[in-house]
Design a protein around this ligand. Structure first.
Ligand code: FES
Length: 114
């Protein structure tokens, strides 16, 4: 299945698009001329991710966690806590990455959703 995500001419800063086949909202952006497509739903609590061009980071609008724009890895926290007498750390999930291809100046997802 071929799913059109956006027109390359619309990719000035970033665009977001909900893809019902994935049940995910995607963020599409350029960094140093390279295009990236990731989930725009924050793994922390579901906030909206945006691309901060000044700091060249993906940031969450809700609690301002930041993510690496290349890898999607969370750069803000591991969460340290105590459970009874044990010290426990949890690590946030990375942002989900999506493969894509470009055809006739349009960007399409590169996955098989059937
Ligand atoms: S929901 Fe994104 S940082 Fe909390």
């Amino acid at each position: 299945m071929k799913i059109e995500i956006c027109d390359l001419k619309d990719l000035n800063l970033y665009v977001t698009k909900f893809v019902k086949e994935l049940r995910d909202e995607l963020i599409i952006y350029k960094l140093n001329g390279e295009i990236f497509v990731k989930s725009s739903i924050c793994p922390h609590f579901g906030g909206e991710i945006y691309f901060c061009k000044n700091k060249k980071k993906l940031r969450c609008k809700w609690h301002d966690w930041t993510y690496c724009p290349k890898t999607g890895k969370c750069e803000t926290y591991n969460i340290k806590t105590n459970v009874r007498n044990y010290q426990v750390s949890t690590y946030p999930k990375d942002l989900k990455n999506y493969d894509f291809f470009i055809e006739n100046n349009k960007l399409y997802l590169n996955n098989d959703f059937t």
